[in-house]
Design a protein. Structure first.
Length: 69
């Protein structure tokens, strides 16, 4: 089984994740300013945002490996 990664595919996936992360950031900010803030929804959004950040970091490491010469 060949475990080669298609850089274009990974880059496209990375872009989508970053867009979703940015959208969640805006949604969290808007929810934080709402008068009747729903704490459960806020926690769920923040947890998803952290999951996205972890996945973004993982993909960035695959695309741009940190090679020390």
């Amino acid at each position: 089984m060949n475990v080669m990664f298609d850089e274009e595919e990974l880059t496209a996936q990375l872009k989508e994740l970053k867009e979703e992360h940015r959208a969640l950031d805006e949604e969290i900010a808007a929810l934080g300013h709402a008068p009747a803030m729903d704490q459960f929804t806020l926690r769920r959004l923040k947890k998803r945002k952290l999951q996205l950040k972890d996945e973004i970091t993982r993909l960035e490491d695959l695309i741009y490996p940190d090679i020390i010469a």
